[in-house]
Write a protein that binds this ligand. Structure first.
Ligand SMILES: Nc1ncnc2c1ncn2[C@@H]1O[C@H](COP(=O)(O)OP(=O)(O)O)[C@@H](O)[C@H]1O
Ligand SMILES: [Mg+2]
Length: 397
């Protein structure tokens, strides 16, 4: 009898389902209800307009500028200001914070694991949410592989070191491969013994954004997904590619930088409103300065505008043969923090294994494990890849 009762209780009834849907909607409704100086009919209208724009949470409003709000149908200049003013009176909208308040804000930020302990240590625990992280390097330096493993770590349940959060991935190069992400996830499931239903891959969303207008459209759509999937990571792989494609000539550089600035500000508002990490990859170019030091021989593209936006810049390169041989890690890479306001300029090594990013001393072991659990590695393709890799790196070094 008790059992039946229990079953009855846990069964979602029509009314409880309705309740959850209502609860989800309430975040925006509650926010609007609390505003004085806005008529009930106006509140209803604003609610409807924001919902059709994909804003289902008040933080979505915070990610917009006055101008963007005013452009929405039926929202006047006064209403837009009133909506944005609400954040100024709340703790998160306070202009000045004491040292203690600021420290509290920084410590509540989650850290996303990278897959290699050495890299996590370099970043003092992982990638902090609320920051802009740039991975730059030559082709095949491991930028996209790092994005996969960081994505997998976001999806992992909390008890296994993950964030259980959602991820948005903007694929500008058409290089995203769902099988590769699944492979990395299956490794974590296998090694941590995680049941299938414990990882909600539905929280991962990818958009093919080959053009700048597609990026901007996707970012506009993002609010709805961020709220629904509790997104904590937004990836752009790679950020500069569409800018380079659409603003080719030197004469277009100023326009390109203006446009880049606009997209970065859009990303900043989203990151700030939702406290999510923005991770973007970037290519490198040869430094035109003939007096550049060995370290500055290559530069990330995007100029000062991108340089100022990135909170942490990490340069990825192939490791020296000494390191590769020492650890029997032919895929070993170097990661150097070249610019960060709170981390020293230090370097570490990590590797790219069959299961994504790992520590250098794990690569050989994981290669064996891949064979053992039946994840076949095509050695011929690997050799070819190695050759191509050498030429790509030779161009840079
Ligand atoms: N399945 C795999 N097993 C082992 N290593 C892989 C696998 N897939 C990719 N890699 C490694 O990742 C490298 C490509 O890295 P990637 O992150 O795609 O480069 P990029 O910096 O251009 O984004 C390959 O050269 C290879 O060393
Ligand atoms: Mg790539």
């Amino acid at each position: 009898m008790a059992n039946t009762q229990e079953k009855e209780d846990s069964k979602p009834t029509a009314s409880s389902k309705k309740k959850t849907v209502k609860e989800e909607k309430d975040a925006l409704q509650d926010f609007l209800l609390g505003i004085t100086g806005l008529s009930d009919s106006m509140k209803k209208r604003v609610h409807k307009v924001l919902n059709t724009e994909g804003i289902i949470d008040p933080r979505g409003i915070k990610s917009l500028t006055n101008k963007q709000l005013e452009e929405l149908p039926g929202i006047t200049e006064a209403t837009a200001s009133l909506l944005l003013d609400q954040f100024k009176t709340k703790q998160e909208g306070k202009i000045f914070l004491s040292l203690e308040e600021r420290e509290e804000l920084e410590t509540v930020r989650s850290k996303i694991k990278t897959g290699a302990k050495a890299l996590d240590d370099l970043l003092q625990g992982g990638i902090p949410t609320g920051t802009f992280v740039e991975l730059y390097g030559a082709p095949q330096s491991g930028k996209t592989q790092l994005c996969y493993t960081i994505t997998a770590n976001c999806l992992l349940p909390k008890e296994y070191g993950g964030l259980e959060s959602g991820i948005i991935w903007l694929d500008t190069e058409g290089s995203f491969n769902s099988q590769r992400l699944k492979q990395i996830l299956s490794y974590y499931k296998y090694t941590h013994n995680i049941p299938d239903d414990k990882i909600d891959t539905g929280k991962f969303m990818v958009a093919a954004t080959r053009t700048l207008s597609q990026i901007e459209l996707a970012l506009k759509e993002a609010g709805r997904i961020i709220a629904k999937n509790k997104v904590k990571l937004l990836i752009v792989d790679s950020l500069m590619d569409p800018f380079r494609a659409e603003y080719g000539g030197l004469g277009q550089l100023a326009d390109r930088q203006k446009h880049l600035n606009r997209v970065l500000h859009l990303l900043m508002r989203i990151a700030e409103a939702w406290d999510l990490a923005v991770l973007y990859t970037n290519q490198v170019m040869a430094n035109p300065d003939p007096f550049a030091t060995a370290m500055d021989k290559v530069l990330p593209s995007g100029g000062f505008i991108l340089g100022h936006a990135s909170d942490i810049r990490i340069w990825l390169r192939r490791a020296t043969s000494k390191i590769r041989n020492q650890y029997d890690a032919q895929n070993a890479r170097r990661a150097l923090i070249t610019d960060c306001g709170w981390l020293p300029m230090t370097e570490t090594h990590f590797s790219l294994g069959p299961f994504g990013v790992c520590d250098v001393d794990e690569e050989a072991k994981l290669r064996d494990l891949a064979l053992e659990i039946g994840l076949g590695l095509d050695s011929e393709e690997d050799e070819l890849e190695e050759e191509e890799l050498e030429t790509e790196f030779a161009k840079i070094e």
